[in-house]
Design a protein around this ligand. Structure first.
Ligand code: NAP
Length: 244
């Protein structure tokens, strides 16, 4: 009798690029992948942030200064990297604003960074057999809030992109994680008291009774990278936000 095992594939020795790996959930993902034995390459715009992040990741980590809105630079960078095993795109700069008053250029810039950045990164990367992609959307795609129209729309676009790529690029697996509110440097611009008040209010409302930690998302990403039977899915890591 033949038995078919479905052991998750190990990340040991795999080349994994994390765009946005200098901060927040991308940094936590890079740390978790490095702990699992992967050869990690972190990319983002700021060389200083990358250097700081590198010190927080165990083992040998390569850094790649890169702005995903520069499609030519993205293509050149991936051409130089050669084949990789996994690509994670958590890096983006988005903006909020009331629909009628948010400048159109800011709404467009949100798409330029989060949607077209992810699009051109996947398009430029070359993958070894057994590889995969994880993109980041966000809870606003299906649970929008006033003042976040462009963010809701870009997250919906990312989720559609993930499904479409999973079909067209098969057997390359493509998945999306959708974070709910997670305590990352994305909120560093807010005064501390205001930020903590917002986190506490959201936590009280969520079924999980807390907001997310970067490590929660890293664990979800590692699951998607390792499970060879999961593709075209959106994994909600949001404390139950879609239910309330
Ligand atoms: N935090 C939340 O509550 C939350 C909720 C829902 C969804 N999300 C989504 O989850 C993802 C990760 O969020 P986070 O909170 O971990 O973010 P974060 O801590 O603010 O980190 C963002 C990362 O993206 C990089 N980045 C920004 N623009 C880039 C560009 N044009 N090219 C390359 N890298 C760029 C930044 O580095 P540089 O500045 O060096 O470029 C940084 O490493 C994002 O897609 C975000 O929209 C977050």
């Amino acid at each position: 009798m033949t038995t078919h095992e479905t052991k998750p594939s190990t990340l040991a020795g795999k080349r994994i690029v994390v765009i946005g790996g200098s901060s927040g959930m991308g940094l936590a993902t890079a740390q978790a992948a490095a702990e699992a034995g992967a050869k990690v390459i972190i990319a983002s715009r700021s060389a200083e942030k990358l250097d700081e992040a590198r010190k927080q990741i165990p083992g040998r980590v390569a850094v790649l200064p890169l702005d995903v809105t520069d499609a030519a630079a993205v293509q050149e960078a991936f051409g130089q990297l050669g084949p990789i095993d996994h690509l994670v795109v958590s890096g983006s700069a988005t903006s909020a604003g009331e629909f009628r008053s948010q400048p159109l250029r800011d709404a467009r810039a949100t798409f330029e960074s989060k949607f077209w950045g992810a699009y051109s990164a996947v398009r430029s990367a070359q993958f070894n057999a057994g590889g995969s992609v994880v993109l980041f959307s966000g809870v606003f795609s299906r649970r929008p809030a006033p003042g976040y129209v462009a963010m809701a729309a870009v997250n919906g676009a990312i989720e559609s992109l993930g499904r479409a790529l999973a079909v067209e690029l098969a057997p390359l697996r493509v998945n999306v994680v959708s974070p709910g509110m997670t305590d990352t440097p994305a909120y560093a611009g807010m005064p501390q008291a205001q930020r903590e008040g917002m986190f506490a209010a959201v936590a009280a409302h969520l079924p999980a009774r807390r907001i997310g930690r970067p490590a929660d998302l890293a664990a979800a990403v590692l699951h998607l990278l390792g499970n060879g039977y999961v593709t075209g899915t959106v994994l909600d890591v949001d404390g139950g936000a879609l239910l309330v």
